[in-house]
Design a protein around this ligand. Structure first.
Ligand SMILES: Cc1cc2nc3c(=O)[nH]c(=O)nc-3n(C[C@H](O)[C@H](O)[C@H](O)COP(=O)(O)OP(=O)(O)OC[C@H]3O[C@@H](n4cnc5c(N)ncnc54)[C@H](O)[C@@H]3O)c2cc1C
Length: 346
């Protein structure tokens, strides 16, 4: 796809990321998946190259890259290993996933502090990130209007990390439980006003879902590239399996799905970069479509590799395990469909 809206500097940065992904990240991907240890060396590498600073404005120490450049960076890195940024967003609880308003964590104002009690489940980078956005009820009787958002630092009294999850995929990403026991949070760490938390959470998810779409897109492109190269070199019945029309049709369908996903992801990134405010539906579409296609394409890649696709020797099975999470987190794809349908029926 022709990309017309990157600056020259951004084009050069994406090219550099492509090279880093190929030369430095790809060789580590299988080992990270095997050991399930957080890859601090990769984080350092991405930080040194200013890649982690891409989404943040210059005045906050970032490089203020456009949304399109950010999704393309995630896409490049996700071809080889799951793309995760170092931040923690604590919304989900054991009894409250899709239904965020069912949360139980409470925050009670006492003088110049809020006292938080409760816990958060399945938090990406939980226990690693210094700064955590945590959602808690400041009023337990008015549903979503009682949710507030706080910045909670790792060393605040009463903050601790519970269990670390053992997952199916994205093994290099730590997923943890966060526990608040009379956790003291300075009142100035309340984001906006009491009761604005649900709005902040939804606006954050609208902005981050294109990133999950880009992660899915990168995984799908990586699986397609693998399937094409394998089909050209694997011989059965005396000729490459790519000579069979049955395989060619699969590859053609996979490539079309990847390209359609790319258009949706880049489209919403361009909308955000151009200042369009009404992009929630497009963000949900990009995340849902790209992740559903990533699941199909990675599954087909395994099929094209046959028995080798089922083995850990090749990355196809890891790609399928990594693709699965993109259908689940940041709102399951059923929830994305609710977001889209609500917008249509408004
Ligand atoms: C690896 C990983 C990392 C995560 N990282 C984070 C994080 O950093 N921060 C964070 O806050 N959360 C995080 N999550 C949580 C994630 O966002 C939730 O798991 C997800 O929103 C679903 O919630 P749940 O697991 O409770 O499933 P449930 O909400 O219990 O859903 C179960 C099933 O029911 C379906 N369902 C529920 N309600 C409806 C409905 N109204 N209509 C149709 N179907 C419905 C769902 O789609 C799903 O298929 C992470 C999860 C995982 C697995």
């Amino acid at each position: 796809m022709a990309v017309s809206h990157l600056s020259e500097e951004e084009e050069a940065l994406i090219e550099a990321i492509r090279e880093i992904a190929r030369e430095r990240v790809a060789p580590r991907a299988a080992e990270i998946d095997h050991t399930a240890e957080f890859p601090w060396d990769m984080k350092e590498l991405l930080a040194q190259q200013d890649i982690l600073a891409m989404p943040f404005p210059v005045e906050y120490g970032g490089i203020g890259a456009s949304e399109l450049a950010v999704v393309m960076a995630i896409e490049e890195l996700s071809k080889l290993a799951s793309g995760e940024w170092m931040a923690a967003f604590g919304l989900t609880e054991a009894g409250s996933g899709s239904d965020a308003a069912a949360m139980q964590t409470v925050a009670v104002r006492r003088g110049d502090k809020y006292i938080l009690n409760g816990s958060k489940r399945f938090i990406t980078n939980g226990g690693l990130a210094q700064v955590n956005s945590i959602f808690a009820l400041t009023n337990t009787t008015i549903g979503t209007r009682g949710i507030s958002a706080f910045i909670v630092e790792k060393d605040f009294p009463g903050f601790s990390v519970g269990r670390i999850e053992d997952k199916m995929g994205i093994k290099g990403s730590q997923t943890a439980e966060l526990i608040f026991t009379d956790c003291e949070v300075p009142a100035e760490n309340l984001l906006l006003r009491e009761g604005d938390g649900f709005k902040i959470a939804m606006m954050t998810l609208d902005r981050t879902r294109p990133g999950i779409g880009a992660q899915a897109l990168g995984i799908a492109q990586g699986a397609l590239d693998l399937a094409v190269s394998y089909a050209k070199q694997r011989k059965q019945f005396g000729r490459p399996i790519a000579d069979n029309q049955g395989i060619q049709f699969m590859l053609a369908d996979m490539a079309t799905k990847v390209e359609a996903a790319r258009l949706l992801v880049y489209n919403v990134a361009e909308m955000i970069a151009s200042g369009e405010k009404n992009f929630s539906k497009y963000s949900a579409m990009a995340k849902m479509f790209a992740s559903d296609r990533a699941m199909e394409v990675t599954n087909d890649a395994i099929q094209i590799l046959g028995g080798y696709g089922y083995m850990k020797e090749y990355p196809a099975e890891r790609m399928m395990r990594d693709a699965k999470i993109t259908q689940i987190y940041e709102g399951t794809n059923q929830i994305q469909r609710l977001v889209i349908a609500r917008d249509l029926l408004m």
